[in-house]
Design a binder for this molecule. Structure first.
Ligand code: MF3
Ligand code: CO
Length: 307
């Protein structure tokens, strides 16, 4: 998840498959170089962490420069679409209008909205208002009203590569406690981004997110997380925002995933709307806020590919 993937799916596949590559064979990354002059030492470093009992990425989770360039472009388009939403979103607008803005702008920029038809999702964007946590479906009858907080989650396919990010928007006069939730949710994402560094763990990032949420009296949704992204909409690994530091998967250069914690004002409990099978609500009816960014792990930290 998001998007219906179970937590911990493919757990076994997370374990690095040590390929029986000869040192003079072509490297698995597609560079055309000999393995010993390319990723051999890198793989050995990863294997060392695996022997220590850590979860480590498979080669499929590590993107090559050509893939990174394509995914970066898709992320750029995704960001432009969200900028366009930011310019036009306003009180009185329906979420179906937001859907049309996103669909039109995405296609104008040469992309395809990834949500449309994804596992049966009926619209081109997710719009989640107030106590909706995520996966809200745009509708002609949902009108943005004064005081609403809304997450607009945009995902793009561009030249076959995927981009994914989301932002919160505050409509009219939002009450102070909800403004604070929106602000702290953004800070949670930012604190997570600060922890994205090679040879550290996804749990380091999660712990930073969770601590900041807790310190502010909020809770982090447990069962829905982030995901690898780029060649597909949702790839491994599952990205938790409640794990302890030093746990979860090792981060290595070339991995691309989302940081998209859902921060609840009340309890972390959620439920799915039975009537559409998609929309997630807070169990206690209190508001939830989410910001999403897409990051590339680099040699010395990370690069934001979409925001
Ligand atoms: N954009 C969401 C995410 O951040 C996924 C939405 S799946 C959809 O992962 F089908 F609802 F679009
Ligand atoms: Co996502």
């Amino acid at each position: 998840m998001p998007a219906g993937r179970g937590r911990r799916q493919n757990e076994k596949e997370r374990t690095m498959k040590m390929e029986k590559l000869g040192r003079n064979d072509h490297c698995w990354c597609g560079s055309g170089k000999k393995y010993k002059q390319c990723h051999e030492a890198f793989d050995e470093k990863i294997h060392h962490f695996e022997l220590e009992g850590h979860m480590v990425p498979t080669h499929e989770m590590i993107k090559n420069p050509q893939q990174i360039a394509g995914i970066r472009e898709s992320g750029r388009i995704n960001t432009l679409v969200l900028d366009y939403v930011a310019e036009h979103i306003r009180e009185g607008m329906t979420t179906a209008e937001i859907d049309r803005l996103v669909d039109t702008k995405t296609r104008e920029l040469g992309g395809i909205p990834a949500p449309l038809g994804y596992e049966g999702f009926p619209k081109s964007v997710c719009t989640s208002i107030n106590n909706q946590v995520c996966h809200g479906i745009p509708s002609e009858t949902d009108v943005l009203k004064d005081g609403d907080i809304i997450n607009v989650d945009v995902s793009t396919i561009y030249n076959g590569y995927y981009g994914d990010s989301s932002r919160m928007f505050c409509i009219g006069n939002v009450k102070e406690e909800n403004l604070r939730l929106v602000r702290v949710a953004k800070e949670c994402m930012e604190k997570g981004i600060e922890q994205v560094k090679p040879w550290r763990f996804l749990g380091d990032m999660a712990d930073a997110v969770n601590r900041h949420a807790k310190e502010n009296g909020y809770s982090v949704v447990i069962d829905i997380g982030g995901h690898g992204v780029g060649l597909e909409f949702h790839e491994d690994p599952f990205v938790s925002y409640v794990a302890p530091a030093g746990t979860e998967m090792l981060m290595v250069p070339g991995m691309i995933f989302t940081i998209e914690p859902m921060i609840n004002m009340g309890t972390a409990d959620i439920y799915v709307d039975d009537s559409n099978g998609w929309t997630i609500y807070t169990e206690d009816g209190k508001p939830s806020a989410q910001w999403e960014t897409m990051v590339l792990v680099t040699e010395d930290g990370c690069e934001i590919l979409a925001h």
